[in-house]
Design a protein around this ligand. Structure first.
Ligand SMILES: Cc1cc2nc3c(=O)[nH]c(=O)nc-3n(C[C@H](O)[C@H](O)[C@H](O)COP(=O)(O)OP(=O)(O)OC[C@H]3O[C@@H](n4cnc5c(N)ncnc54)[C@H](O)[C@@H]3O)c2cc1C
Length: 472
């Protein structure tokens, strides 16, 4: 089969499913212009999957916006530096159960089934190409180079989205519902420990989520802070780009060996997470947080195979200093001088860190407001997470916030404690998207409940026209 034939198969499959039937949501007019039923912020896998899910629900007055240029949404070809995805290749996600839309169908259509059998993990670039194809074959309504700056709830129950960017049709969009599919950092921000950010000039370090000029680091000595997958991805990438030495520093005395996600993927803990009590949800994610994502075996072997690779265990950074020789890092084992530092310390989640939520975040219920964990589990990083509905809706911590937050959905990693890993990460998207779409559709339906019921009770269109004329 070829990609062309696969595209045809997708069309056939969708037509068999009556995909693209008439939109049932009633249009809303507004003096300021067109009102979208749903605006999805983020054109990555979560945003594309959510758009497909909504279209399957016959909700088609939707728009997806993304701040990046077309084809560069998400981390895959921007700041991700691993050779392959970490997730098992067979996991399905945004295809939402349509075989011809799966990554495997896309791969086999181009490279054949033997090649699929031979494939270990999904190459990063191919995953991005699959997302580009998915968007195209479904003709999803995505506009690029549009950045959401601020969400402004209005009295009419719609949200005014203040936007900017080359692709922005104007300085605002109007939407009844807003889905923040803004990525793994979309519920907070990437984190650089203050002792580094406050002490070092920017030319001496970068967070692993930033663009880094590896050509300029050829022949240089690099220090990397962190023991998770991205530390080894960046070490391998820097060495493959010509860095002379890379030193990875890990606070723990031993590398993480266990990846709890693998257990979650087979135990029902992803798809049935919602059945858990708040106490169990908190305990599960607190346990998950204890385990950073270990490097995959192949990533570790790749990094460790370079002569210039050095690993320092039990070596937290106690201090950093900027000198004319570079960045000096102090550890319990001594001082090290580097030309550049790469900070692989992940992200923190708190709606207060999101500029687009500035007008509403003070009303957003957090886990710290709703659940009091046992002392041994208490973790302020968890407590700062939003306490979402099972459908990823923000909930309010006060009366005033109920109206302001109505219609806002966080379909990103900030849903971790409330909804499990069902947003962002591949492993849970196929479970998260239907829950999100159902919740958004329910709200749209309920918002028009009165008119819909009024029309239903008044419905009098004749269907049966049969006449009985014979007389017995
Ligand atoms: C380096 C790395 C490797 C990963 N590897 C794996 C893996 O192997 N397997 C796995 O399951 N998961 C992995 N993940 C986790 C997760 O799958 C990815 O983060 C994935 O990109 C999440 O998809 P998403 O659509 O939710 O977010 P993204 O792909 O990040 O897409 C969100 C988009 O929204 C845009 N955006 C954000 N804010 C705004 C705004 N205000 N206005 C407009 N646009 C905005 C972003 O620029 C981005 O393009 C990895 C994550 C990273 C960072």
């Amino acid at each position: 089969m070829s990609l062309e034939a696969l595209n045809k198969q997708v069309k056939i499959d969708l037509s068999y499913l009556a995909f693209g039937g008439p939109n049932w949501v009633r249009p809303l007019s507004h003096p300021e212009g067109h009102v979208y039923d749903v605006v999805i912020v983020g054109g990555g896998q979560s945003g594309l999957g959510a758009a497909f899910g909504l279209l399957r629900e016959r909700i088609s007055n939707i728009l997806v916006i993304d701040e990046n240029r077309e084809g560069l949404e998400g981390p895959w070809e921007t700041y991700a530096r691993m050779v392959t995805l970490r997730t098992p290749k067979h996991l399905t996600s945004i295809d939402l159960g349509i075989p011809s839309l799966t990554f495997r169908a896309w791969w086999e259509a181009q490279f054949g089934s033997e090649s699929w059998e031979a494939l270990d993990k999904i190459p990063r670039g191919d995953w991005m190409n699959y997302l580009r194809w998915f968007r195209k074959v479904l003709n999803l309504p995505v506009v690029n180079e549009v950045k959401l700056k601020l969400i402004e709830p209005t009295d009419e129950g719609i949200h005014r989205l203040h936007i900017e960017g080359k692709g922005a049709p104007s300085d605002r969009l109007l939407a009844r519902k807003v889905i923040l599919a803004t990525g793994i950092q979309g519920g907070g921000e990437w984190h650089v420990p203050p002792f580094i950010a406050e002490k070092l000039p920017r030319h001496l370090y970068a967070h692993s989520s930033e663009a880094i000029d590896f050509k300029a680091l050829r022949g240089k000595k690099i220090g990397i802070l962190g023991g998770g997958a991205s530390a080894f991805d960046n070490a391998n990438f820097a060495l493959s780009e010509g860095a002379a030495e890379v030193h990875v520093f890990v606070r723990r005395n031993e590398l993480q060996r266990i990846n709890p996600i693998r257990h979650m993927e087979v135990s029902g803990l992803i798809e049935r997470f919602q059945a858990l009590s708040d106490a169990d949800k908190y305990a599960v994610i607190a346990h998950f947080f204890k385990y950073n994502q270990p490097p995959t075996n192949d990533t570790f072997e790749r990094a460790a195979s370079w002569p210039g690779f050095h690993l320092h265990l039990g070596a937290p950074w106690l201090n950093v200093e900027a000198t004319d020789k570079g960045a000096v890092v102090t550890t319990p084992q001594g001082k090290f001088t580097f030309d550049f530092l790469i900070i692989c310390t992940g992200l923190v989640t708190d709606p207060a860190l999101r500029p687009e939520l500035r007008l509403v975040e003070s009303h957003i219920a957090r886990w710290g407001d709703r659940y009091n964990p046992p002392e041994e589990l208490a973790n302020p990083l968890l407590d700062a997470h939003p306490y979402l509905s099972p459908g990823f809706a923000f909930l309010s911590r006060d009366e005033k916030g109920k109206k302001l937050l109505y219609g806002l959905f966080a379909f990103n990693y900030s849903g971790l404690i409330s909804c499990g890993i069902t947003a962002s990460a591949l492993s849970g998207l196929k479970y998260g998207i239907p829950k999100l779409v159902s919740a958004v559709a329910d709200q749209l339906f309920f918002d028009d409940r009165e008119e819909i019921l009024k029309d239903f009770f008044a419905y009098s269109e004749v269907e049966f026209v049969g006449e009985w004329t014979k007389t017995d």
